[in-house]
Structure formats: C-alpha cells, structure tokens
Design a protein around this ligand. Sequence first.
Ligand code: SAM
Length: 281
Amino acid sequence: MGKLILVATPIGNLGDISNRQAGALQEADLVAAEDTRHSGLLLQHLGLKKPLLSYYQHNEEKREERLLTELADGQTVALVSDAGMPGICDPGAAILRAAIAAGNDVDVIPGPCALIQALILSGLPTERFAFEGFLPRGQALLPFLQGLRQEQRTLIFYEAPHRLQNTLQTMLQVFEPQRPVAVCRELTKKFQEVNRGPLAEICELWQQRTPKGEFVLVLGGQTGADNPDGAAENKTAAKEHLARLLAGGLKHKAAAREVAAIYDLPVNEIYQMGLAMKTAK
Ligand code: SAM
C-alpha cells in the first residue's frame, strides 16, 4: 500500500517551513494541493519539482478515487493546503480517513496552525479550549453565539475581515462587555497584531478601523468572576434541566450526576436541589 502524508505549511512566513516538511514533500511521488499555483511556488522555494494534483473543497470527492488509486499503486502522496494544517478548515481530513480505511500508511507533519498560534498569543487560558472554525453568517450568527454563552472553555473562531465588525458587535449583544477577547491579525506576517482587552473596548476599537488581512478571534470562557450573574444563571439552567430529567422518569441519583457533569456543579448540590423540588411539591 502507499503512504499519505498531510504536510502543514506556513501561514504567512516562509521561514516557518521545517526540515521535516521539506523532507516529506521531497519524498512524495505526487503532491495534492488546494491551489496548485500557490503550492507550486512553495515547491519552487524549496527547489523541488513534483507532479501536482489539485485537491480542493469542491473536487474532494472526485479526487478521492484518484488519490486512493495512487496509494493502492504504492505511491507516496503528500497533501498540502494553502496555509497551515490540512484538515483544519481546509481539505485533508476526509482523504486521511479514506486512506486509513483502505489500509494505507498515513502520517502528519506538524507545523503552523492559526488557531494554536492565536490561542497562545491571546494570553487566555489554554488548559481547556474549543475551536469553532468559521462562524455562521447572517441570521444564524446570533443564536449560534447564544449557544456558547455559558461555555467555560476558551473559544477560538476564524473570521473573514469583512465580517469582523459585525461579529464583534453581535458578540457584545451576547457576552458580558468585560469578557476578555483577543483579535489576532496577520499571524506570523509582517503586520502581525494582537489586540487584547475587554470585549466592549476591542469592539469599539475595530468599529473605527477597516479590518484587512486574516483574523482569528479568541474569547475567554465564562467564569464566575467575569459574570457574577453567570453562576446564578448556570444554577437556574441546571435546576430546569434536573426538573426535566426527573419528570422524564430518570432516577434522582442518575439525574443529579448527569446535570452536575453538564453544568460543572457538585453532584451533592444538584441532589439536594432535587430533594428540595420534591419537598416543594
Ligand atoms: N488550515 C489553516 C490553519 O491551519 O490554520 C486554516 C485555513 S482557513 C481556510 C483560513 C483562515 O484561517 C483565515 O480566514 C483566518 O481566519 C485563519 N488564518 C490563517 N492564516 C492566518 C494568519 N496568518 N493570521 C490570522 N489568521 C489566519
């Protein structure tokens, strides 16, 4: 069988290309690329000449068969996206799954990824985080963000420049004005910039500028300190959830355990909540 190698590439600074990335591209019989012209320049920069095959979002399915045939012939295929890690908001994950299922050898060569770069640069907690990719557009944005209101993990979003101002304003309708945020722009490039501060302040800053370039937004998760009302809201939601589970016939202990895990509250506190509900009836 063949070998499929997903190769991370720079997100804007060619100096970030590593020996292992160059080695994997050199080793490949064929390079599948999101944009063959763009990746052709990268290969040229590395002094490599390789057959290139376009592999992008809208021809992924069609190309899968061709790539699997190459792998079945024992070829080594390197796959790159325009920037960063293939498979992260870029093609790559589906063909990797298909290659594994077909019994091929697979590997990933590490390298830059905008979400990780932004998360660390933001200075926000890194212990637990959730990457939400590109935010939904139009009317779907507000309810989507509302669904994340009580998320305690640090949140990371990719955003297009022409949507940044609206996204920050919509965030301000949902999250507390003092919620910490970092707007990370043009990472690893000449005009890299990170604006850190309370959501209201950063939103105001970006209403006065014309967003240009590539952006990652990093938003602090909800904490009791950020939102004194948050803890009470969380308990109210937990109580409602518990009532629904008990009404549905779930045993008191099991319901308490489930609700405690979802709302990150002590099991005993939820159990007592349930007892109080029963007494109140
Ligand atoms: N596969 C890439 C990765 O590993 O990060 C992501 C590709 S996705 C199609 C492109 C989005 O990633 C951009 O719209 C932007 O939100 C983010 N991005 C990529 N490079 C960036 C950079 N240098 N600075 C800031 N954001 C970047």
